[in-house]
Design a protein around this ligand. Structure first.
Ligand SMILES: Cc1cc2nc3c(=O)[nH]c(=O)nc-3n(C[C@H](O)[C@H](O)[C@H](O)COP(=O)(O)OP(=O)(O)OC[C@H]3O[C@@H](n4cnc5c(N)ncnc54)[C@H](O)[C@@H]3O)c2cc1C
Ligand code: FES
Length: 219
């Protein structure tokens, strides 16, 4: 896999988040839940980002500006060049009969692309404020709840759950639906198995989340 360089098309605000739209060229979008390492110009380390949208000749990334790397990506301008490596890791299995997408906060990032690939199934999305909830408009067919209501209070039973969000939300979803597919996060320096920066304990063993995940079966 090669690190590619692409032009930024636009950065658009979506509530407190930024939708970064980049020219796709020959880059494969991969499966929903896979991720790309994105490097802003002048930044040493790239940052892992899920693919949010793959429309036409574009790749779209929904980014929460929480630190220097994400802030640099959110302040890119049209025509700026960006380094892209991916798609990386294991995405969601799409061979599910009754999909339900569950997302929390910036964890909704992979869900617009996942929804498109699954034919717009129902979704439940949780946010901490109505400003954050503006991002819910990117996911069709979604019920949006705002704290103090949590997604686990409105999840209809009897579905194949595919979820991405903060760790406490994923733990709560796992307790309710032991066969859910969950997309986890860990700090990642390389994204392809070389640095062990993303090692997490799975089944009592240390495993690299960028290789084994980021999507794992809840069980
Ligand atoms: C597979 C994967 C997909 C991701 N997809 C998206 C996405 O689509 N959109 C998005 O906005 N973010 C996504 N993230 C998270 C994003 O990569 C981090 O927020 C980013 O790397 C932080 O970089 P920074 O330089 O802005 O902040 P830093 O200064 O590096 O971090 C700021 C704070 O966040 C903590 N932190 C940083 N990275 C992580 C992490 N991965 N997990 C938990 N805590 C962390 C740090 O410890 C620190 O406290 C994803 C992460 C992974 C692993
Ligand atoms: S991020 Fe380097 S091994 Fe996973």
């Amino acid at each position: 896999m090669r690190r590619e360089t692409r032009n930024v098309i636009e950065t658009e605000p979506v509530g407190p988040y930024t939708l970064l739209r980049v020219e796709r060229g020959e880059i494969e979008p991969g499966s929903p839940g896979q991720f790309f390492m994105l490097g802003a110009p002048g930044r040493l380390l790239p940052r892992p980002m899920s693919l949010a949208l793959a429309a036409g000749n574009e790749l779209g990334f929904l980014i929460d500006p929480i630190g220097p790397g994400t802030r640099a990506l959110c302040s890119l301008e049209p025509g700026d060049r960006i380094a892209i490596l991916g798609p990386l890791g294991n995405g969601f299995r799409l061979d599910v009969e009754r999909p339900l997408l569950v997302g929390g906060g910036i964890g909704i990032a992979p869900l617009p692309y996942l929804s498109e690939r699954l034919g717009n199934p129902p979704a439940v999305l949780g946010f901490r404020s109505s400003w954050h909830a503006e991002a819910g408009e990117l996911v069709p067919n979604a019920e949006v709840v705002i704290e103090p209501t949590y997604v686990t209070e409105v999840m209809p039973p009897g579905h194949d759950v595919l979820a991405c969000g903060p760790a406490p939300m994923l733990e709560a979803v796992r307790r309710l639906t032991p066969h859910a597919q969950l997309a986890w996060e860990a700090p990642m320096a390389c994204g392809y198995g070389a640095c062990y920066g993303c090692a997490v304990e799975i089944d009592g063993e240390l495993k690299r989340l960028c290789v084994e995940g980021p999507v794992l079966e809840a069980a």
